[in-house]
Design a binder for this molecule. Structure first.
Ligand code: CP3
Length: 351
């Protein structure tokens, strides 16, 4: 295994000493980069995911172009529902569509149990190829959707305005919902273990739709299964990051979930969260992604606010509070990375 030349992201995940605050950007391999769009012109999104050479190429683009301290494997959370037997399409400018949405216990029983090594071999091949091509420059992050977020897509059949179908499902058919969550959890745990085995240095669980739920429902339908997944991931010290969007309540419970890092959206103050949970886990976040539409001065001002809010200490990984938007100028993303690396030095080192 090649030794990492830059392991600052992994050190921060473990709350160890760092010289500056490491930064990577959710959805950093994506449409805001002209170099990504050039590859995307030649192949549709799912073909890119399923062709390890193309996935590796776009995974490494932001390392070269933006200077981030970690790469995240180019793929999608919806490859799991597809591997479970659902038909997935990415519809241009509309988003993902999963056909024959799950609406009954019968539908749940008809889903396949995923054999990650076989059914998602293309992702594992992309991970090992990317590791090889990165050649130890920065760590590689693997990821999956949380069981709740995946179930939301599987029951809605895609994105949604008011999430009526998933709410009907959990309130009217709780048994089927729990059966489905169990099935997804085993698949996700097996998948993340296989990604680590293939070379991923850390894994992130995206609970994009955790914030749809009341605190009690979040515990019952999301957190319980995140904990289950984390406890089943086979790993040798590779950190687990949980990003739960819109979950202000129960951050203390998330910090007890077994995750090493909690990712936050931009509606919370890092300082406050840190004083609540920061001695248990590292914290990742949380600049409002739309700040990248601002001027360089504004980007610097807001980035420094985030750094100041966390304050002088280890255990902070800089990121946006959600994915980078497709129409952000790439030079603004690069400016953010440079600024964080420069401005954060005064928050580290000798006190
Ligand atoms: O972060 C990265 O750079 C790695 C790649 C990555 C993608 N999707 C690529 C992608 C990651 C980590 C994801 C995760 C993902 N996918 C999530 C969780 C994160 C979040 O944003 O909350 C969700 C909810 C999805 C599902 C998904 N995939 C949606 C809703 C869409 C359509 C919206 C959109 O951004 O276009 C996708 C498509 C998708 N996934 C694209 C990319 C680069 C755009 C596809 C294209 O090139 O046309």
């Amino acid at each position: 295994m090649t030794k990492l030349q830059n392991d600052i992201f992994l050190r921060a995940c473990k709350r160890k000493n760092v010289e500056y605050t490491p930064i990577w950007i959710m959805r950093q391999a994506g449409r805001y980069l002209p170099e990504y769009r050039a590859v995307r012109k030649k192949a549709d999104f799912l073909t890119m995911c399923k062709t390890p050479e193309l996935a590796a190429e776009v995974t490494i683009q932001p390392v070269d172009l933006i200077g981030v301290d970690a790469a995240i494997i180019f793929s999608d959370i919806l490859v799991i529902p597809e591997a479970m037997g659902m038909h997935l399409e990415m519809i241009e400018s509309k988003g993902p569509r999963l056909y024959n949405a799950i609406r009954s216990i019968n539908d749940v029983n008809n889903l396949k149990q995923v054999d990650a090594v076989k059914d998602l071999k293309y992702v594992l091949d992309a991970v090992s190829l990317t590791k090889k091509e990165l050649n130890g420059r920065v760590p590689l992050i693997g990821f999956a959707g949380s069981p709740w977020t995946l179930m939301t897509y599987m029951v809605e059949g895609g994105g949604s305005k008011n999430f009526a179908e998933i709410k009907k499902f959990i309130y009217n058919q709780p048994k089927a919902a729990h059966l489905l969550l169990d099935k997804i959890s085993s698949s996700v745990a097996e998948y993340l273990s296989a990604k680590i085995e293939a070379g991923a240095d850390a894994v992130q669980i995206f609970d994009t739709w955790g914030g749809l739920l009341s605190p009690a429902d979040f515990q019952e339908f999301s957190l319980n299964y995140i904990e289950k997944v984390i406890s089943k991931i086979k790993r040798k010290g590779q950190p687990v990051i949980v990003f739960a969007k819109g979950v202000h309540y129960q951050l203390d419970k998330l910090a007890e979930s077994g995750a090493n890092v909690i990712g936050l959206d931009w509606t919370m103050e890092l300082g406050k969260v840190r004083s609540k949970i920061g001695n248990k886990v590292a914290i990742q976040g949380n600049l409002d992604p739309t700040v990248l539409y601002g001027s360089k001065e504004k980007i610097r001002e807001e980035a420094v606010k985030v750094l100041k809010s966390f304050g002088k200490n280890n255990g902070h990984i800089f990121n946006l509070g959600h994915g980078i938007l497709p129409d952000v100028p790439p030079e603004n993303a690069k400016f953010l990375v440079d600024t964080v690396k420069e401005e954060s030095r005064r928050f580290h080192g000798k006190k």
